[in-house]
Design a protein around this ligand. Structure first.
Ligand code: ADP
Ligand code: MG
Length: 755
């Protein structure tokens, strides 16, 4: 690919999938025919009259049902990925009705090398390219996101409930804030990232098929490459590859939907119709406003549509007759996209290159490590000075006989040696009986501290070294980090395949050109020998042109029909929305107080970033703070005072200005003149009678007549033959208690107070 900075058009290819089992079983007719050589697809509409000619569309290349994944890759996608490796931005869109092979084209069958899609094939391509590179450093990272109902979800983040925002920076353009990206070092690693995202994609979707047909999935690979330029400086190029599996292009029905359902349907369509509008606006030269901001998808992929990127759009279609409407819509949609002009350029030395940050960080860490080892060396030198005769006292430091060659010893050896030495010294102190216990303790402590310090330093150094190593391992260098498994023959084969693909492409282009020129030049060359011949030839030509005219006319009719349909649908949506708006207005006018309404209106503002209306918080922070600080006049006083009052207070003891000298006293509580309520006191007699009357029947015992007389007991005794109830030893007895003798069968009262 050339490194030209001139504009180039979006490349559009069409792929028709084979009939599936169901279609074959139902004996559906095939209405799509594909001319691979000419790059033409023709569709016959079975519903219209039979004499109508099939609709023909010409594209950059077309693939029929027998096309292989690898053919598509070599002819169409490989050049694009190659240019991403050179530092261009690249985008691949898969567009089409659900079930026509978008996901098959992008991902394919994961574990089958024959049926792998563009994404896995590009992994292989990228890492093979890096492994074969020379004098270049690469950093590859991957992100994966999904747009569903105008909400962005990071498919690689742990928290799948979070929604991300789009932000814009003047230098780098639109980006997804907080989108995670993983640095990958091999095909296996990046495949793992893709699988992880795919798993997350299905999480939370009740019906995976339905979900994937309503959401857009974008896999992003960023490739940074650093190379020494002719100026002796390192230059970094950054290429970004967006692999987009769009939502199904079939219209989501909005008819009859209301409220949430309507909103959902409207939102699902939004990104795709916005994409269509952007495409239309881009190809219409009169248009100056491109509605990128209408949807998240178009905003995020702004560069891929008319900007700094190379773009390939794959339009996927099905061959069966019942899909003919959708097939035609897809072909028209992509036919328009052919005319979009992009302005790709190599992204050289962008400010936010991660590779540059990595390189700088590695350099910094290395320098730190260097410093550490420098200190180590110095230490040793210091010791050597001591050795050479000077007085050099360091607690129990033993003489060591290191020589120059010791410098070369590896760090690990050095640390080990140091540790052993300290251990030996420690033991020596322990065994040294000449030392006083206290001294010994102190020395031991010091040694221990030293050992600890040393260990810490060692750990720190090791950590640093590990960090440097880890970071360096992320930067890929050809022939070292990745082993190229393919041999030379394979490489040559690859090259040949590429050449063949290129050849095919050129052939097709030439064929298309020949077709075009044929008609124009026919007339110029021809001389007629007779009038009759002229008439014949001209009639033939007329027929040909007439057929063409008819085709164009029917195309116009079709497009008009499509527009009418779309307008009707838009009208319907508008009606629904108007109705909802009317309802809300009605509620507002009848149930919301006017002042509340004004307040809310004042608080409302339009957030450009989010494209939505929002409400300001009720209390603004500035107000709060003003409330919190005391007025200047009140500083130091209990209440605001005027300058005059303060002066007057100082000058004279005028009561008027004594506000500050008021004493604070407790409240004087009045003396109480009322009493607490006490319940009425019942006379003991009445109480006893009451108790008796309220007692249960079976508790009453009947005294045998004259018993008490024989016993000679007074009926007022505490144990009056009722041991069950005789709990209280001093039960009051009723004065009126009938004496036992008088009423022998009358139940005796329990414990009456003796009179
Ligand atoms: P989409 O993503 O557009 O909804 P899929 O990629 O899921 O459609 O394809 C639907 C079915 O058709 C899948 O089972 C897939 O394997 C099959 N299919 C699509 N395209 C092809 C093709 N070119 N060759 C063979 N099978 C295909
Ligand atoms: Mg799909």
């Amino acid at each position: 690919m050339s490194k030209s900075k001139s504009s180039e058009t979006v490349k559009v290819v069409v792929r028709c999938r084979p009939m599936n089992e169901k279609e074959r079983a139902a004996n559906y007719e095939r209405v799509v025919s594909v001319d691979v050589k000419l790059g033409q697809v023709s569709v016959r509409n079975p519903k219209t009259s039979s004499h109508e000619l099939p609709k023909v569309f010409t594209f950059d290349s077309v693939y029929d049902w027998s096309s292989k994944q690898v053919d598509l890759y070599d002819e169409t996608f490989r050049p694009l990925v190659d240019s991403v490796l050179q530092g261009f931005n690249g985008t691949i869109f898969a567009y089409g009705q659900t079930g026509t092979g978008k996901t098959y084209t992008m991902e394919g069958v994961r574990n089958d090398p024959e049926r792998r899609g563009v994404i896995p094939n590009s992994f292989e391509h990228i890492f093979t390219h890096i492994s074969r590179s020379q004098n270049q450093q690469y950093l590859v990272r991957a992100s994966y996101l999904e747009i569903y109902q105008e909400e962005i979800r990071d498919l690689l983040s742990k928290d799948q409930s979070r929604r991300l925002d789009l932000k814009e920076r003047p230098d780098t353009g639109v980006y997804v804030k907080d989108l995670s990206s993983f640095v990958t070092k091999s095909v296996r690693e990046i495949e793992h990232v893709m699988n992880l995202g795919n798993q997350n994609r299905s999480v939370g979707a009740t019906n995976m098929n339905e979900h994937s047909s309503r959401s857009h999935a974008i896999f992003v690979i960023t490739i940074e490459c650093s190379e020494l330029g002719v100026d002796g400086e390192n230059h970094i190029r950054v290429g970004k590859l967006n692999l987009v599996d769009l939502a199904g292009s079939e219209r989501q029905t909005k008819t009859g939907a209301q409220g949430e359902r309507l909103k959902e349907a409207t939102k699902i369509n939004l990104s795709l119709s916005a994409l269509g509008n952007v495409i239309s606006a881009l190809v219409d030269c009169r248009n100056t406003h491109i509605p990128y901001r209408d949807s998240k998808l178009t905003r995020l992929l702004q560069d891929s549509l008319g900007g700094n990127a190379r773009t390939v759009m794959v339009a996927n279609i099905g061959p069966a007759s019942y899909n003919v409407e959708e097939t035609l819509t897809t072909l028209r949609y992509s036919n328009r996209a052919k005319n979009i002009k992009n302005k790709p350029r190599i992204n050289e030395d962008p400010k936010d290159a991660l590779l540059r940050q990595f390189q700088e960080e590695i350099a910094r860490l290395k320098e730190q490590l260097e410093k550490r080892s420098g200190r180590k060396k110095k230490k040793r030198q210091r010791r050597r000075v001591g050795e050479s005769g000077e007085e050099f006292v360091e607690d129990g430091e033993e003489e060591d006989d290191e020589d120059e060659e010791d410098e070369d010893k590896s760090g690990a050896d050095y640390w080990k040696e140091q540790q052993e030495k300290l251990e030996k010294e420690r033991r020596a102190i322990m065994e040294d009986r000449s030392l006083v216990a206290e001294d010994k303790q102190r020395l031991l402590k010091e040694k221990e501290k030293k050992m600890d310090d040393m260990r810490k330093e060692k750990d720190a150094s090791e950590l640093l070294a590990a960090k440097v190593k880890a970071m360096e391992s992320k930067l890929l260098v050809g022939g070292k980090n990745i082993v190229d498994h393919t041999n030379e023959q394979q490489r040559i084969l690859d090259l040949k395949r590429q050449e063949i693909a290129e050849q095919k492409r050129r052939e097709r282009e030439m064929q298309q050109q020949v077709e075009c020129q044929d008609e124009e030049t026919l007339e110029l060359k021809e001389t007629y020998s007779s009038l009759q011949q002229e008439v014949d030839i001209k009639t033939k030509k007329l027929k040909k042109l007439f057929a063409k005219l008819q085709a164009v006319k029917s195309e116009i009719q079709d497009i008009q029909d499509a527009h009418i349909k779309e307008r009707q649908e838009l009208g319907q949506t508008q009606n629904e929305l108007t109705r909802e708006l009317k309802l809300k207005t009605l509620i507002m006018e009848n149930f919301i107080p006017l002042e509340e309404k004004t307040k809310t209106e004042n608080r409302a503002f339009f957030d450009e970033e989010d494209d939505t209306w929002k409400l300001r918080p009720i209390t603004r922070i500035e107000d709060d703070q003003r409330m919190m600080t005391r007025p200047v006049s009140a500083v130091g006083y209990r209440r605001p005072l005027s300058q005059h009052a303060r002066l007057a207070m100082m000058m004279q003891a005028d009561i008027r200005y004594r506000a500050e000298n008021i004493m604070m006293l407790e409240l004087d509580m009045p003396i109480r003149t009322t009493k607490e309520y006490e319940g009425p006191v019942i006379a003991p007699k009445v109480a006893a009678a009451l108790e008796d009357a309220l007692r249960d029947e079976d508790e009453i015992q009947v005294d045998a007549g004259g018993l008490h007389s024989s016993l000679g007991l007074s009926p007022t005794g505490p144990k009056s033959g009722r041991p069950k109830t005789g709990k209280k030893s001093s039960t009051p007895t009723s004065a009126h208690s009938p004496s036992g003798s008088g009423h022998p069968l009358y139940p005796q009262s329990r414990g009456l107070v003796p009179k």
